[in-house]
Design a protein around this ligand. Sequence first.
Ligand code: CAA
Length: 257
Amino acid sequence: MGYETLLITREANVATLTINRPAVLNALSAQVFQEMMHFLDDKTATQGLRALIITGAGEKAFIAGADIAAMQSLTPVQALKFARLGQDFTVKLEEQPFISIARVQGYALGGGCEVAMACDFVVASETALFGQPEVDLGLIPGFGGTQRLARRVGLPMAMEMLCAGRKLNGKEAVQHGLASTVVPAAELDAAIAKIIKNILKAAPHAIAETKRLARASLEQPLSSGLSAEATAFATCFAGEESREGIQAFLEKRKAQF
Ligand code: CAA
């Protein structure tokens, strides 16, 4: 498929998806979501992928939110469809076996903050600015912001961000658990490369299982989570990965996964 709103590149088992609408600060239209969904559904494109970097074109914005101009004429029924489309994308991204990394510089507002929160890692430059300003437009977040933000930063900070316009810069985003790493803008790609290097060293199935269980931990009682973890831990011992990983350690060599 020829994408109109995205640039996709792939080097070995790492892909970069760039939302390429710099004139509107990479605002999220229905087409952007449809194209991103198409990419995730494209088995050939995602075959063997270990990491996906999601970013926005230009230095000014990661994503400045849902496309406000496109939302002007939405009926409630169309708005429901748009919210569901965005939410479906965030869930589909979370469910992928590979690691997703939001590469955030500049504005990550509204839907931008929501897409970042659906990624497994949020790596921010010092210039990043996260916020959920939807109420200023007479709206509320529609792609998960009312649900995921409090899980990330706690309810008091989420309330300030959602209702009182509080924005977090890159450093504050790390302090409050919205991002895991912050670096000067010039070091953003190097910081991501370092994370990816470590991901590529590790076993793919083990990473996919860890991601699945860690994400599920936010939604289930501890006893269910522990039970799921024990089962998945046991399953590791039926696979090749653990045999190779343990043997490599004991033989003092690098594991080949
Ligand atoms: N949708 C559509 N266009 C947008 C946009 C958006 N979310 N954000 C910026 N743009 C456009 C601007 O209209 C402008 O276009 P023109 O050049 O044609 O005028 C261009 O991008 C550059 O933006 P600005 O001139 O406004 O740049 P600035 O530096 O003065 O301000 C900004 C930057 C503070 C990010 C400002 O653009 C802004 O406040 N944007 C909107 C942020 C926002 O409210 N996001 C939430 C959207 S609602 C949402 O996301 C709902 C949801 O969860 C479902």
